[in-house]
Write a new protein. Structure first.
Length: 194
């Protein structure tokens, strides 16, 4: 807007400046924090525009603002020369809502973290059947992973997803990633198919 031949009109400068602002805003509208950055860009564009018009018409900043930026309408020369604003371009950044929490089914730790909890006592001794069943049940939120029925320690089984015979040892098969909670009917059914 500023560094142009002096014969270029004020309106032409504002139109060209507007093209840059609109192009920039359309390119960056996908960005996180776009609205804040657009606001800053508009601030700078406004003052660059004011300076350009001051030079073009050889007037003071105060005169320029009084003439071309009255009533808080931004920089404008009549209706043809309105300096566009980046903040008028709608942001397309979508902030994902957090996963809703479903009571009784929640699992805060990643499976890998659970795995470590179970592995730790193993260095001293093999984890008892009761340990991994309790961890599996807790991780699965006291629900059968097949039919979704609520279960307790008594009404469930910790099932090996891949059969134990596919592993080199019972210990290798008995990892949380290979375990699932099943209700007794589902477990019975799966054992029959296996
Ligand atoms: Zn079931």
């Amino acid at each position: 807007m500023r560094w142009q031949p002096t014969q270029e009109s004020g309106v032409a400068r504002i139109v060209r400046g507007s093209a840059v602002i609109t192009g920039w805003a359309n390119y960056y509208r996908i960005a996180h924090d776009f609205n804040r950055i657009a606001n800053q860009a508009d601030y700078h564009a406004f003052w660059i525009g004011v300076k350009a018009l001051c030079r073009r018409y050889d007037i003071t900043t105060a005169q320029c603002i009084k003439r071309y930026a009255a009533n808080n309408l931004g920089l404008h020369i009549g209706e043809a020369g309105v300096l566009k604003r980046a903040q008028d371009v709608a942001s397309t950044y979508k902030q994902a809502a957090p996963e809703p929490y479903d009571p009784g089914t929640g699992c805060y730790l990643e499976d890998a973290d659970w795995e470590e909890v179970v592995r730790r006592p193993e260095s001293r001794q093999r984890p008892s059947r009761m340990d991994f069943k309790a961890w599996t049940l807790f991780r699965d939120g006291n629900r059968c992973r097949h039919c979704g029925t609520r279960v307790t320690w008594e009404t469930s089984e910790a099932d090996h997803i891949e059969p134990v015979r596919n592993f080199a040892s019972y210990s290798q098969a008995t990892r949380l990633l290979n375990l699932q909670t099943l209700c007794l009917p589902c477990h019975k059914e799966k054992s029959r198919i296996d």
